[in-house]
Design a protein around this ligand. Structure first.
Ligand SMILES: CC(C)(COP(=O)([O-])OP(=O)([O-])OC[C@H]1O[C@@H](n2cnc3c(N)ncnc32)[C@H](O)[C@@H]1OP(=O)([O-])[O-])[C@@H](O)C(=O)NCCC(=O)NCCSC(=O)C[C@@](C)(O)CC(=O)[O-]
Length: 317
């Protein structure tokens, strides 16, 4: 039997998922969510953002949530930071990865971080210098999270040349990893194909993460195309929660359970149990009954033959 390929799914629900829902999830429930995702097999999670509590009260407990996530020795813990101050806190907390949101669209960048993309790249350079100072062994990796790569509700079209320019700038600023995000769900498979074709050769092997939203039902087809370009790490959010509060029209991320279901069906080993993810949705439902939850699998249910078939596959891999 052929060896299964591996795909990494990072759960970003505790950060991206929660940042735009109304109501604050109590810290205790965020920890339960991390526990449930861990038990389901998730080993990469973006659990918080270090932003002003006045702006995003949902993330005021970032330190406590990060500390809880770090109790799992083999869990890679990521936090989002929009500036140097956030980076200082995230580094002090001991996260493994820091992601900085760098929009390609000028309009979204100004709305989101009050800086132009070029200024945000310079902030990212300062964050890298701080990381080098505080973390001598380079244990904390820096991700340039490029937002609005495929289009922007504020600006409209985002030209590929602008994305290419930002990719070169973040590499020059010392990014360890580059992630492409379809913040507002504009991306289509044909566009994803063209963009990855152009960007992968210039990204020096550092373009390894894709972050798709399912606004127009294109997240899974887009993932298929990204896989064909060798991308093997994907962000996703349980129950498809999410969206940037400063990007009008932004709706949910791809649902983690749908993404895992598709990847496993294609022969990618994720290490994640889909049924346990489906069960974990109840944590969100109980803590935030008003949250709109997405996900095709949750609505249709797993096919009857699924668990038997997946158990057989697990046994022979
Ligand atoms: C960048 C700022 C801070 C500028 O906001 P600003 O108001 O220009 O900041 P400032 O430097 O003038 O500071 C204002 C106050 O905030 C404090 N402050 C300043 N920074 C911090 C910090 N890090 N942590 C805690 N406190 C902070 C600072 O100390 C000061 O406190 P005061 O003196 O008034 O008491 C703000 O615009 C911001 O936080 N923006 C981020 C908003 C956000 O979270 N957006 C969503 C994430 S991005 C996203 O969703 C896209 C993504 C990544 O998911 C992928 C996709 O594209 O789909």
């Amino acid at each position: 039997m052929m060896q299964k390929r591996h795909a990494t799914v990072q759960e970003v629900g505790m950060r991206d998922g929660l940042q735009s829902v109304s109501g604050i999830m109590p810290t205790h429930d965020k920890k339960r969510w991390i526990d449930a995702a861990y038990v389901a097999g998730v080993r990469y999670m973006e659990v918080a953002s270090y932003v002003p509590a006045k702006l995003l009260p949902q993330m005021a407990d970032a330190d406590e949530v990060v500390a809880h996530a770090l109790t799992y020795g083999d869990l890679t813990v990521t936090a989002l930071v929009p500036n140097l101050k956030g980076a200082e806190k995230a580094l002090a907390a001991g996260v493994h990865r820091i992601v900085a949101p760098i929009s390609v669209s000028v309009a979204h960048s100004m709305a989101n971080v009050r800086k132009t993309p070029a200024d945000m790249v310079e902030e990212f350079r300062r964050i890298r210098e701080l990381r080098d100072d505080m973390d001598k062994v380079g244990r904390t990796k820096l991700i340039a999270g490029l937002s609005t790569v495929f289009g922007c509700t504020l600006q409209g079209e985002v030209p590929l040349e602008d994305v290419q320019d930002i990719v070169l700038r973040v590499l020059d600023a010392g990014s360890d990893i580059v992630a492409l995000a379809d913040t507002t769900g504009h991306a289509t498979p044909g566009q994803v194909d063209r963009f990855f074709d152009a960007l992968i050769p210039q990204a020096q092997g550092k373009l390894t993460i894709a972050h798709f939203h399912d606004t127009r039902g294109m997240a899974l087809p887009n993932t298929m195309i990204a896989l064909q370009h060798g991308i093997h790490e994907f962000d996703a959010s349980l129950a498809g929660l999410g969206g940037c509060p400063h990007a009008p029209g932004a709706t949910g991320n791809v649902a983690t359970e749908d993404l895992v279901f598709m990847l496993e069906s294609l022969g990618y080993h994720t290490g994640i149990d889909v049924q346990q993810l489906l069960d974990a949705r109840s944590i969100i439902q109980q803590a935030l009954p008003q949250a709109v939850m997405y996900g095709s699998l949750a609505h249709a249910g797993l096919p009857k033959a699924y668990s038997k078939q997946s158990n057989i596959e697990k046994a022979v891999v």
